[in-house]
Design a protein around this ligand. Sequence first.
Ligand code: NAD
Length: 492
Amino acid sequence: MAGAVPDLTPADVAAMAARLRSAQPAWEALGARGRSTHLLRWLDWLLDNERRILTLVQQETGKSWADASMEMAVVIDVINYFTKHAEGFLADRKVKPAGPANSVRRLRVQVRPHQLVGLITPWNGPLAGPMMDVAGALVAGAAVLCKPSEVTPLAWSEAVRGWNEEIGAPPVLGCVTGGGAAGAAVVDQVDMVMFTGSVRTGRAIAVRCAERLIPCSLELGGKDAFIVLADADIERAAGAAVWGGMTNSGQACVGVERVYVESAVYDEFVALVTAKVKALRQGMDAPGSFACDIGAMVTAAQVAIVTDHVNDAVDKGARILCGGEPGTEGNFFEPTVLVDVDHSMTCMREETFGPTLAIMRVADAEEAIALANDSEYGLSSSLWTRDRGTADRLSRRIEAGSVSVNNALVATFQMPIPMGGWKNSGLGTRFGGANGVLKYCRQQSVVEERFSLKSEPLWYPVLPAKARLISRAARLLGAHDWRRRLGLRARR
Ligand code: NAD
């Protein structure tokens, strides 16, 4: 066993929340630059302990070393991006007043963090998952109560221990370990919730947040479509589909799940994909060895879901071109290509979250778009064509929070632009430049008077002559034609 963590009670969570709240004001007072210094020290420590922490990731997930290593790459990018830009993102914003009556005022928007942010994450990226959101929340000046998945709590608990015990950072980061009840206790303690996970849990959290009248941001499941048009670079598209479908053993919220290929290139595409999938080396390789392409699934329950989807597809007429079976030991599932699939099958409707690619032949782009949009999910998508005009036109018709054109997954990890799901895939967005920090803040509008007169035209008493003059002035300055400006048009 790689390690153990306590199953915290609601009372433990409340006590941790109180400690974080008492440390938060000093953290906020450090300013963006001071806070960034601690985050960069944390990054140094994480890099110095990379092998040990990624070994924990690998032990608790069964990932290949390459997939585990990707997590540190995300950590580096996220911390560097938010620390570099935090000061600018959090700066007061001066705004021009609207309307002539307000020209005597100075307008400013300033932000203050939510004091305590709750961050609840799933098991597919134990280190990168929480980091994608914790960096923005911490540089914003919030204290953060994190709750990693009960399935994979070890690497993140160690990362949080590093923050609290190794780098001299203020005690504004807490790690709640435990299951759903501990997660619910986090929601009950915090001022804002950032949740990543299943639609079912996301909905329950949204309900509880509504009861508490606190904001939440939800990154939920997906069933991402990958559309290949006849003019695409088919070799590149096949490589991207295989990587996008199999990376992290298919356990990526934005993984490629459904592939729609125009008839003219279907056979070529399927042949290329099948050859590439057959060539994948599956296993749990030694730390640092980078000897495998794909690892195991995180849980036996997830292997059972993937098995059900494949069996359901085969029962309804799909063909397996390679893979299709769980491994004989551990939580492996063979990298699988399914064809002759349709939307009556679970593998085309529900999130599989496994190393499968279900490929469907379509007549044309119209059919591909209609099928891509025939889903309760709308997280991300991928569109393949050499024609930029077609890409532009079709991307606007895809019902999903992002579109990678001539690539897979890349739209997700661009911190300057938002990542978020439409439909059942979420509420709100992560990243998105300043939004990645400001979402953890409350906005405060400040209006300052340039001149201080003894009285103002709108103040009491209401005098008929003064009131008429104000009303005429409003017309004169606001109407769009002279008859209305001068009040010559009949008033009803
Ligand atoms: P899950 O919803 O079962 O659990 C996620 C987290 O919520 C866990 O930490 C869990 O303990 C906690 N939790 C459970 N019940 C709770 C409650 N009532 N109140 C508060 N917290 C509670 O999800 P999972 O099975 O761990 O993860 C897989 C799902 O996550 C997939 O659907 C996947 O698509 C999704 N996901 C989405 C993204 C994204 O950014 N959109 C990223 C990764 C994973």
